[in-house]
Design a protein around this ligand. Structure first.
Ligand code: NAP
Length: 262
């Protein structure tokens, strides 16, 4: 299936590694030009070079910077001739006990996982509607649907974003102009972030990290972690010309881990 988005421009945030990179690569394979961001410049430039090798026909523009900072967001937006596709992503907040979190801890989580994506949506959504095409994908977490106790900052901030998006996606001035906003909810994907969370669980339980990783793999019906490539392929489809009628959805990618019927 051709996705019908070749020649479009995407801003993929936090994309030097992991799920963001998986999304950028899947879009590049479909002929989409991408602006990619991350704080670490060396890894970002390396990823940009690898993406260009995947598809030499597209433009890949790396913009180093912290997407939670307004000035860095502005530079990323300015580097993209037009944003047809926006993939919102950033690191996840730290795990921990809510008793140790201060107001500043909460504000940082809200900035990262709620206010930054909302600010970027605000910057791109009306021009998308004017052009009659727009795809916005927010990378959130399975924790929005099935909260995890030590990920309270993530549970809280991402649920705030999810509630906001649920309303905005259904705005007829956007939806009737072929602008969609959806959230992708990763379960456990084999990335640096997951490896950090597993190490955290291991140190809390005093058990070896490989034992914890095996337990987590076995806890999903798929008996494995997902890959960034699988995640990116779903993102590219949700951003495709065919997906204009998928809007305001929370799409769980968890190997069947969530136990509910709906
Ligand atoms: P990852 O492998 O650690 O990759 C994170 C990427 O984001 C890196 O490229 C990183 O580069 C970049 N980044 C982080 N903070 C940034 C910032 N403030 N500004 C710009 N770039 C930033 O993480 P991942 O597993 O792909 O996770 C992506 C998101 O999905 C996170 O929010 C995570 O919590 C969530 N999630 C992941 C899983 C999973 O199983 N992997 C499950 C549920 C939710 P720099 O560090 O150089 O900036």
């Amino acid at each position: 299936m051709k996705l019908g988005i070749d020649g479009k421009w995407a801003l993929v945030c936090a994309a030097s590694k992991g799920l963001g990179r998986g999304c950028a690569q899947a879009l590049v394979e479909e002929g989409v030009n991408v602006v990619i961001t991350a704080r670490g410049e060396a890894a970002l430039l390396q990823t940009a070079a690898e993406l260009r090798a995947v598809n030499p026909m597209v433009q890949v523009i790396p913009v180093p910077g912290d997407i939670t900072q307004a000035s860095d967001r502005a530079r990323a937006l300015a580097a993209c001739p037009q944003v047809d596709i926006l993939v919102n992503n950033a690191g996840g907040p730290p795990t921990g006990d809510f008793r140790s979190w201060t107001r500043d801890t909460w504000i940082a989580a809200l900035e990262q996982n709620m206010l930054t994506p909302i600010d970027l949506i605000k910057a791109v959504v009306d021009p998308m509607a004017d052009r009659g095409f727009g795809r916005i994908v927010n990378i959130t977490s399975m924790a929005v649907k099935a909260p995890i106790d030590i990920l309270g900052l993530s549970n809280g901030a991402r649920t705030g974003l999810t509630g906001f998006v649920a309303g905005l996606a259904r705005n007829p001035a956007l939806a009737s102009r072929n602008v969609t906003i959806n959230n992708l909810l990763p379960g456990m994907f084999d990335t640096d972030r997951l490896r950090g969370t597993l190490a955290d669980w291991a140190s809390r339980s005093g058990r070896p990290v490989e034992e914890i990783a095996d337990l987590r793999r076995q806890s999903t019906p798929a008996h494995r972690f997902g890959t960034p490539q699988e995640f990116g392929a779903v993102c590219a489809f949700v951003c495709s010309a065919h997906a204009g009628y998928i809007n305001g959805q929370n799409i769980l990618l968890d190997g069947g881990g969530y136990p509910g019927t709906f």
